[in-house]
Ligand binder design. Structure first.
Ligand code: NAG
Length: 496
């Protein structure tokens, strides 16, 4: 009797579980997360804000950036919780926003115009930076040491707004390569919706790439004291040259760039196995992007990139012999390192999902140590990462500010942590601001949509403003997440 009833119970429970499973799987409102992930960029805007800016506590800032040097460098994005405009991560974030739109824009629905605006805000600035002075590319505004020595709202900023550039005598193929990639990827975004703008972006991308390739060198050598250690190019510039050529090929379909990839790929790192994709290192992403050409368009000479992409993807797939378990926390989050780990989660999630898409369109699978991994398996893998970020994790919390019932309240972010200029119009000086960094309470302004650095290797997280490794947001954490959020917002019913 007991046996039978418990068996019945198990059967009934299983039945309920099966019934409930799809509903559990849609517990997250991906469309809301997508909308918020884009609003975050409106909070990071520098320059003159348009009337519809949706981060209500922000106001204009940096309105004279570049003026002392007779260039207009107003606009662009602050990278993270400070007020410097760093060119390398800004260009990278723009590239990833653009890739999100080119590959997942069709799932964005009402968010598509907002996503395009986010791309344009970055691209407009990069266009200025690339074309203001012939033969030079402006790569940074703001003295990072002086900026970091203050805790100030961007609207109050009074630290030196030094302007930094690369040119033929002080090259920077890394930052120039990324800028070319960002302009080229953005030109794809606007190909149909604004062809004239798209053509301008592509034209500028070609010129910046030419400059990057002709005057080879790393901006970490040319400008080391000003860009390091913040955004030092640790991986060098080879990866950006190949990445830029690959994006230029996708944007222009001009055979010159494919010839470049085929001629110089090996010299520029095509044979390396490297598994972490970030604002610094684009090797694996270039392979995935070139695999698209191989899988979707049957372009010749790109088999190598498909096989390297396979190795990368297999390293992330549990249960296969190539799986590298060390890449995950016990709770299932991709884990690379303690500082701002979430950036690696969102970039890997993007690549896994993009690869699933390219495989599907090429009717291909990946063989991981003899086991076939299908696009649907990769979609499920990507979804677990997105769900972890949104709240399905051991701590039971969301890592996106303003999303879910329990989210971080103390983002390491100057503007969000201080009373807004609307609430407190008087200036708050450099030193006076530090009381807000050290305050115990929640940030007065909600940094809607910001995904923070995230938990440690054991899935634990301190909601502590002082712990910047865990609590700082960044444009390059959010930008690669926009595409996956769009995908799940648009397709979740199909994938349950
Ligand atoms: C292709 O790119 C090369 C290198 O930038 C350029 O010289 C050439 O004019 C381009 N071809 C076309 C058809 O746009």
């Amino acid at each position: 009797m007991e046996g039978r009833s418990s068996r019945l119970f198990v059967t009934v429970a299983l039945f309920h579980l099966l019934l409930l499973a799809p509903r559990l799987a849609v517990a997250f409102n991906y469309a809301d997360a997508l909308a918020k992930s884009i609003i975050f960029f409106e909070g990071q805007r520098s320059g003159k804000l348009p009337p519809g800016n949706r981060m209500p506590w922000r106001a204009d800032s940096g309105l004279t950036d570049g003026a002392q040097h007779n260039v207009d460098l107003v606009g662009g994005y602050y990278d993270a919780g400070d007020n410097v405009k760093f060119g390398l991560p800004m260009a990278f974030s723009t590239t990833m926003l653009a890739w999100s739109v080119t590959d997942f824009g069709k799932f964005m629905g009402a968010q598509l115009p907002h996503a395009r605006d986010a791309v344009r805000w970055g691209a407009d600035y990069l266009l200025k930076a690339a074309t203001a002075t012939p033969g030079a590319l402006y790569v940074q505004v703001g003295d990072p040491g002086r900026d970091h020595a203050c805790w100030e709202r961007p609207e109050d900023m009074d630290t030196p707004r030094g302007v930094y550039r690369v040119d033929a005598s002080k090259p920077g193929s890394d930052v120039a390569g990324e800028t070319a990639a960002a302009l080229a990827a953005s030109s794809v975004v606007f190909r149909r919706s604004d062809p004239a703008y798209s053509a301008r972006l592509l034209h500028a991308a070609m010129a910046v790439f030419e400059f990057a390739d002709r005057h080879r060198g790393s901006y970490s050598d040319s400008l080391s004291a000003d860009v390091c250690p913040y955004y030092c190019s640790y991986s060098g510039y080879h990866d950006e040259l190949l990445w830029a050529a690959s994006w230029l090929h996708r944007a222009s379909n001009n055979a010159t760039y494919m010839t470049y990839v085929q001629a110089y790929g090996m010299q520029l790192g095509a044979g390396d196995d490297d598994y972490s994709f970030s604002w610094d290192d684009k090797r694996v992403a270039t392979k995935v992007l070139l695999s698209r050409g191989f899988l979707r368009r049957k372009l010749q000479g790109l088999e190598l990139y498909k096989s390297h992409s396979d190795s990368y993807i297999c390293s992330l797939v549990p249960g296969t012999s190539s799986f590298q378990a060390g890449q995950y926390t016990p709770g299932g989050l991709i884990y690379k390192e303690g500082e701002s780990n979430m950036q690696y989660v969102t970039t890997a999630t993007f690549l896994v999902l993009a690869y699933a898409k390219y495989l599907k369109s090429g009717r291909a699978t990946v063989s991981c140590g003899g086991r076939d991994v299908a696009p649907a398996d990769l979609v499920a893998l990507a979804k677990r990462q997105v769900d972890y970020i949104l709240g399905k994790n051991p701590a039971g919390r969301s890592y996106m500010v303003g999303f879910g019932a329990r989210y971080p309240e103390r983002a390491h972010h100057r503007g969000a942590s201080m009373p807004s200029v609307r609430a407190h119009p008087g200036r708050i000086g450099c030193d006076a601001g530090f009381q807000y960094l050290h305050a115990a309470g929640a940030n007065p302004n909600v940094l809607t949509g910001a995904v923070l650095g995230g938990p440690d290797a054991h899935d634990s997280f301190d909601d502590d403003r002082g712990n910047y490794a865990q609590s700082e947001p960044a444009t390059y954490i959010n930008a690669p997440l926009v595409g996956p959020l769009a995908f799940f917002a648009g397709t979740i019913k199909k994938y349950n």
